[in-house]
Write a protein that binds this ligand. Structure first.
Ligand code: FAD
Length: 383
């Protein structure tokens, strides 16, 4: 039986890992948080990977439990509905609630991660180790091997939690050992970020909305940032007409945007530079089972169930995992061999459901939100 004196290793100091460190330290466990990257609080974000998240009540609930909600919400921008941008004509606002009183919150993933890291590192019993990439795990005894700038480093823990994202090394090791099966469905679409800087010192678009440019088989969205810029994300096919690869020179980029996103062109002075230099990110869904082995190795967040971002729920879902694990530990009196299977049992079905909804919402966002039938049905719904 794991006691509260036994060390927990969390692999990945992203959103799920940092939050899990806060919850477990509060339970009295010594926690080591291992992160492959250098400390993100000391450097600048990777180009084109700023990602602003839509944080909803599901995620906020978790932050409230560790006293971080007010700090995080101080920099959040509430978005009360969708603003649909047709190719021609005026944008149309669709409220998220009939009374207009409900919102999802635009928040920087980097700032959220830094706030969680600060909170975790400030708790007694938490050690955060950067520049440690997990390259080996023995699930039978919790032996860990890390690649560091100084060479390989060994460590050991009573419980190992893989919070190391969609390409999880923990999941990969369990798969290699025949302890887990996985199915990774990559989407035929990628994503690329563009920036709309402030215009005359103010937001270039209405900051109270999540902006969508539905274009049938592809789309662009934009979320506001506290510095009055907008981060746009293009979700385009990887191949064929209208794909990222199809636009391979400045004239082609400018021509395509003038034709399909005409209202954006005057607001995006760095369009060509952003387009040519920002990376194309991969999108996909991870299904795997089980999410835990022997009650000593478990998976959290994207490592267990990465989803496509169209429902804005990946991070919210990762936070819910952490809350549920904490609840299971309460109910199982910290007996991890009972708590981890119970956590999987309660979360897996929900994660599968949101994964399906996220894929369905891609079709709605890129296509149906612009259709007159959809808009009429929403008006009836809200009448
Ligand atoms: P991650 O955030 O990926 O963190 C994993 C951490 O593990 C990273 O710090 C990584 O460096 C580290 N790591 C990886 N491998 C190793 C290793 N071998 N050793 C040590 N460390 C390792 N979610 C929402 O809720 N709302 C949104 O609006 C939203 N929009 C999104 C838009 C886009 C374009 C994308 C791509 C995602 C979006 N998401 C959104 C999803 C959200 O970003 C993820 O679900 C969330 O970041 C998952 O958190 P995580 O901690 O599980 O994984």
């Amino acid at each position: 039986m794991t006691s509260r004196r036994d060390e927990i290793a969390i692999i990945g100091a992203g959103l799920a890992g940092s939050l899990a460190a806060c919850f477990l330290a509060r339970r009295g466990y010594p926690v080591v948080l291992y992160e492959r990257r250098p400390d993100p609080r000391a450097g600048t974000a990777e180009r084109g990977r700023s990602i602003n998240l839509a944080l909803s009540e599901r995620g906020l609930d978790a932050l409230r439990r560790v006293g971080l909600d007010e700090q995080v919400m101080a920099d959040a921008l509430p978005m009360r509905g969708r603003m649909i941008h047709p190719v021609e004509g005026e944008p149309q606002f669709q409220s998220y609630s009939a009374a207009g009183d409900r919102a999802i919150n635009s928040i920087s993933r980097g700032a959220l991660n830094n706030a969680l890291l600060d909170a975790a590192a400030a708790l007694p019993g938490v050690r955060v180790v950067f520049d440690h990439r997990l390259v080996g795990l023995d699930p039978t005894n919790g032996s860990l091997t890390f690649e560091t700038p100084q060479g390989q480093v060994a460590a050991k823990a009573s419980v190992v939690l893989g919070a190391d994202g969609a390409g999880s090394a923990v999941r990969g090791q369990l798969l290699a050992d025949g302890l887990l099966t996985e199915n990774v469905d990559l989407l035929d679409y990628g994503y690329k970020e563009l920036t709309l800087p402030p215009l005359g010192g103010d937001f270039a678009l209405d900051p109270d909305a999540l902006h969508i440019w539905p274009r049938g088989t592809s789309m662009m969205i934009a979320l506001p940032n506290p510095d009055r810029s907008f981060t746009c994300t293009l979700f385009w096919p990887n191949e064929g007409t209208g794909s990222f690869a199809a636009l391979d020179n400045p004239a082609a980029i400018e021509h395509y945007f003038a034709r399909h996103y005409p209202d954006v062109v005057p607001l995006a002075p760095n369009l060509v530079d952003d387009y040519e230099n920002n990376p194309v990110g991969v999108l996909g869904t991870v299904h795997c089972a089980p999410w835990q082995v022997n009650g000593t190795v478990g998976l959290l967040g994207d490592a267990a169930h990465a989803i496509v971002p169209f429902y804005g729920q990946g991070a919210n879902c990762a936070f819910e995992d952490v809350v549920e694990l904490d609840r299971c530990l309460d109910e199982c009196a910290d007996e991890w061999s009972e708590a981890l299977p119970l956590y999987q049992q309660r979360r897996q079905e929900n994660a599968e459901a949101i994964a399906t909804m996220a894929l369905t919402n891609f079709v709605e966002m890129r296509d149906k939100v612009a259709s007159p039938v959809f808009q009429l049905s929403r008006r009836v719904e809200h009448a």
